[in-house]
Write a protein that binds this ligand. Structure first.
Ligand SMILES: Nc1ncnc2c1ncn2[C@@H]1O[C@H](COP(=O)(O)OP(=O)(O)OP(=O)(O)O)[C@@H](O)[C@H]1O
Ligand SMILES: [Mg+2]
Ligand SMILES: [Zn+2]
Length: 487
């Protein structure tokens, strides 16, 4: 029996302390310390098992490079930077029920079907092997070369990896794995860290690529996130709204490729299907012409996405006005509302404001500011924004519309989908984007109030203030000034 000692470990970042602390000095989390028994033997043992390696010239290694293997699912390959790197470790995080196990099973199937020599091992640490098998059957991805191992002991899993030498391993999930030398419960920081480091070592030694599924806590972080992310080569997150079909696969860390790429899927009965035309998919729901709807161009990864931001402004009848926001950052929305009030004279102090990004997508990019502001104004004054109009741009506290990256990509996507007019920030080139844009006119605006008055057909900013009272009666869908490039 190894000697045991007790330590207090921050469950957020893995910081260790001899006594209990109310607040973690490392990551500033409160009440995150849990007493864990740590087997003292494990640290020494790690030294013994590190394989003896010989040093070699760096150029020899450059020549050898690393081997990338395509998984056959393009959305995954792109996110990984071109395929699965042999011997690498990947962490796939996501909320419960988002589709992590589904995606991994589909990936194994596709990975194996590319090359008959490949083999796969699925470690079922959480669900029964029958559950996994039935899921594979439903997804039509069951194949004899996918081996399933129902075990939670990481040392036994490693032995099985050494015996089978599979090309790829999925551990579902890392939080359910235990190291027999540690006494702490499965899912605690020391268990997760020890199991993951054992698997990382295994991947390096055998050249097997290992995918680990990790659960995400309410705050949206993988339990013991920093601890895990340091060790692992590539960290992926699967996101999406349970009530919608769209799923995003993001990469937040990648030692073998760029970060920021996204893969898009939709969840169907037959599993996750790649979405090749996300803008069309996201805009397909916008059939009714009502005020408060505005098309926005955002960038996810390197891809332009057109989507619809909706606002509903209604008088507050009781208490403080409500602000309910889905699909965009709540604080950002509150700032926008204040900016509209102060800088563009849109009265919202006695109004409830609801904001929603259609399609269940969560946008973090500030380019959503201008379209969201326009949607709010459109709903406030009940003026329909004509079809074929989109916008993008960040809105500052002064109400100024600020440039965001990659305007050309956004505009080309709009043009491709038949948009006619775009409102956006003023760029150094004066908002003229080469001769590429044919059917699309770009209207550069400096101030959010200027965009509102131009788009909603309410005259210039000065006049806008003056006419505020009469605005509610403004003609619905008045297009008089949209589509022209007057300053
Ligand atoms: N019979 C079915 N038909 C259609 N969709 C289904 C069916 N069964 C499950 N799903 C979808 O699959 C999702 C669950 O997928 P999966 O089990 O892969 O998620 P997970 O992220 O691994 O969940 P967990 O956190 O429980 O491990 C469900 O939320 C549902 O959307
Ligand atoms: Mg699962
Ligand atoms: Zn901490």
């Amino acid at each position: 029996m190894p000697k045991l000692r007790s330590k207090f470990i921050c469950q957020e970042c893995g910081f260790q302390s001899e006594q209990w602390l109310g607040r973690c000095p490392e990551c500033s989390s409160y009440n995150s310390f849990v007493e864990e028994l740590v087997g003292s033997a494990s640290d020494e043992r790690k030294l013994d098992i590190t394989l003896r390696q010989k040093a070699e010239p760096i150029t020899a290694i450059v020549k050898r490079g690393f081997v990338r293997e395509r998984s056959g699912i393009d959305e995954i390959d792109r996110v990984l930077g071109g395929g699965v790197v042999r011997g690498s470790t990947v962490l796939l995080g996501g909320e419960p029920g988002i589709g992590k196990s589904t995606l991994m099973l589909q990936m194994l199937h596709s990975f194996l079907s590319i090359d008959k020599e490949r083999s796969a091992l699925y470690v079922a640490a959480e669900e029964s092997i029958e559950q996994i098998a039935m899921r594979a059957d439903r997804l039509k991805v069951a194949s004899p070369s996918i081996m399933i191992l129902p075990d939670t002991d990481v040392t036994l899993v490693c032995e099985e990896i050494e015996r089978l030498k599979p090309s790829i391993v999925v551990v579902d999930s890392i939080q359910a794995m235990v190291h027999p030398e540690l006494v702490s419960a499965a899912g605690s920081v020391s268990q997760v860290r020890e199991c993951a480091s054992e698997l990382v070592r295994m991947a390096k030694v055998t050249g097997t690529s290992i995918f680990m599924i990790g659960h995400v806590t309410k705050e949206g972080v993988i339990a013991g996130p920093k601890v895990l992310e340091h060790m692992i080569d590539t960290v992926l997150y699967m996101e999406g709204d349970q009530h919608y079909a769209l799923r995003l696969l993001r990469v937040t860390k990648n030692r073998f490729g760029p970060v920021g790429e996204v893969g898009l899927f939709k969840m169907t009965e037959d599993g996750l299907e790649p979405v090749t035309n996300p803008s069309e998919y996201l805009l397909s729901g916008s059939q009714v012409e009502t005020s408060g709807n505005m098309a926005a161009a955002v960038i996810e990864g390197k891809r332009p996405l057109l989507l619809e931001v909706q606002a509903l402004v209604a008088p507050t009848y009781f208490g403080a006005p409500r602000r309910l926001v889905t699909g965009m950052d709540y604080n950002r929305a509150c700032i926008l509302i204040a900016v509209l009030e102060r800088r563009a004279d849109v009265r919202l102090g006695d109004q409830d404001v609801y904001i929603n990004v259609a399609g269940g997508i969560r946008v973090t990019e500030s380019a959503l500011d201008l379209p969201a502001a326009l949607a709010i104004a459109s709903s406030r004054y009940d003026v329909v924004i004509p079809r074929g109009v989109a916008a993008f741009g960040e809105v500052g506290l002064g109400g100024e519309v600020r440039p965001v990256p990659l305007p050309e990509r956004r505009l080309l996507e709009m043009e491709r989908l038949g948009f006619k007019t775009c409102f956006g920030p003023l760029y150094p080139n004066g908002g003229r984007f080469g001769g590429e844009l044919k059917g699309l006119s770009y209207i550069a605006v400096r101030q959010v109030g200027e965009a509102i008055s131009k788009l909603l057909g309410l005259g210039s900013s000065g006049e806008w203030r003056h006419r505020r009272k009469g605005i509610a009666s403004a003609k619905r869908g008045d297009k008089s000034s949209a589509g022209t490039e007057d300053a």
